[in-house]
Design a protein around this ligand. Structure first.
Ligand code: DC
Length: 227
């Protein structure tokens, strides 16, 4: 790896395909800053629901968004979105209510526009903080936010594996329904960019997936296992 070049890694995929575990572990392995954009949409969803906004009403969403100030709070390697000075905990952002509304809210162009520049600017923040790179996970990172990313990965897994992951977390999540909304919306739908490298996380361990990804990013290092 060239020490002087800043590297952007995009990781996309549907719900419960292992994006967060992969992105987190990869950022730890490489010392890159990690940004979970699903958490951005979850945080906004929580804030909008808390204010009584109807997730299907663009006018209400638009008005409410104007009351929200966003900034970034860096916790170790993880850059987290703070809204009106507060980073929400996972109990709030991963609640059943947020799970049920987040895809509807994330489909609103006003919400996506609200986050577009903020998310692009995370690369500058990571550079300024002297990270050697950025790992950003989501649905449209390789297609819309960083189509110019140095590496773009698309994770997938079979339905049974994905359902088991959520069950293990004790969470109720309409995985198929969210995927359907996320992949059919007009603005920045969930899609596998042509240039992305596809990885099946249902059949390989997390370590194997990380080894495999690292082989692309830093081919000088020997791979322990091959998916
Ligand atoms: O990754 P996640 O399941 O925590 O994401 C929650 C929702 O946020 C997902 O159903 C769709 C939306 N999302 C999005 O539209 N674009 C992204 N880049 C990330 C998430």
């Amino acid at each position: 790896m060239d020490d002087h070049s800043f590297i952007i890694v995009a990781i996309d995929g549907g719900a419960a395909t292992g994006k967060s575990s992969t992105a987190r572990a990869l950022s730890e392995r490489l010392g890159f800053m990690h940004v979970n954009t699903g958490a951005h949409y979850r945080t906004l969803t929580y804030a909008l629901l808390e204010a009584g906004t109807d997730p299907t009403r663009p006018d209400q969403i638009s008005k409410q968004l104007q009351t929200l100030e966003v900034e970034t709070c860096l916790i170790d390697l993880s850059a987290q979105l703070a809204v009106n000075g507060k980073v929400l905990n996972e109990n709030a952002t991963r609640s059943n209510e947020v799970n049920a509304a987040v895809s509807i809210i994330a489909a609103q162009p006003k919400v996506r526009n609200f986050l577009f520049k903020y998310q692009r600017d995370q690369a500058e923040l990571a550079r300024n903080k002297n990270f050697p790179g950025l790992v950003m996970e989501g649905r449209d990172i390789g297609s819309v936010i960083f189509p110019d990313a140095d590496f773009s990965f698309f994770l997938h897994a079979d339905a049974k594996t994905r359902a088991m992951r959520r069950a293990k977390e004790g969470l109720k999540d309409s995985i198929a329904e969210r995927d359907q909304i996320d992949s059919t919306r007009e603005t920045a739908p969930l899609t596998c960019p042509d240039h992305a490298i596809k990885i099946d996380t249902g059949i390989y361990s997390l370590d194997t997936v990380i080894d495999h990804i690292c082989q692309y990013i830093d081919p000088g290092k020997p791979e322990q296992t091959t998916p």
